[in-house]
Design a protein around this ligand. Sequence first.
Ligand SMILES: C[S@@+](CC[C@H](N)C(=O)[O-])C[C@H]1O[C@@H](n2cnc3c(N)ncnc32)[C@H](O)[C@@H]1O
Length: 271
Amino acid sequence: MLARTTAFFASKGSGSPRLDAELLISRALGLQRIELYTQHDRPVTGAERDEARALVARRGRREPVAYILGTRAFRGLELAVGPGVLVPRPETELLVEWVVAHAPPGAAVLDWGTGSGAIALSLAAERPDLAVAACDVSPDALDAARVNGSAVGGDVEWVLSDGFAALAGRRFGVVVANPPYLSDAELEAAPRELAFEPALALAAGPRGDEAIAAICRDAPGHLDPRGLLITEIGEAQADGARALMEGAGFRDVAVHADLAGLPRAVSGRLP
Ligand SMILES: C[S@@+](CC[C@H](N)C(=O)[O-])C[C@H]1O[C@@H](n2cnc3c(N)ncnc32)[C@H](O)[C@@H]1O
């Protein structure tokens, strides 16, 4: 089953055909992934085969594995995801690591564009001293984040807001954002999996840096003196994001690389 499914996914253009096959078949058989190997000679019932076929057919249409399974792990949290909410990516863990390391004790932190709540809930879990708020313009995303908050027990204030609009008069010690940063054209040309995710979470406009620019422009009005901003960026956006941050008055602007060595985030500090 694994070999045939792997070959099928490869023929459909999956970038991780063996892993996809292991995840979906183990789900259909009610096994841990390792048990596919330790129980390789276990008979498969008709019902299990039907279940596996249904999951495999969905992945064959390039639906993201996380939507098929309904969950994605992020920094040790098992988060529910589905249509209407972005699947959290491993690269984004870099932003959490940076805030965990740099947020002053007891700081108020805003997760701009929280999606599934991945960043906000990780921060609440890893730095319980922080007062974490999270906003999103998408009611679907905010609902998903709230559900995840209840499931993992995270103490986060959820705010429906277009950018900082519903946060007038609020100031934070840290703003962390993984905004949409693809251009409309890049989204058009992206792998088919991305068509299952909300365009609002992925594409920012004709240039791609529109949301990053809005955050750099508006964050200083919502940060304390010496407040910190970190935003995720596309790998070709480092110079532009650095200029935007410096132009908005941030100091100590730094570009951070992800595990693949690609520029993935830019941070700065207000004077
Ligand atoms: C790239 S996703 C990031 C989701 C989540 N933070 C993560 O890292 O997995 C961007 C998120 O920003 C939200 N968003 C887009 N435009 C926004 C805006 N103007 N104001 C607030 N949130 C926005 C989207 O709905 C989406 O949930």
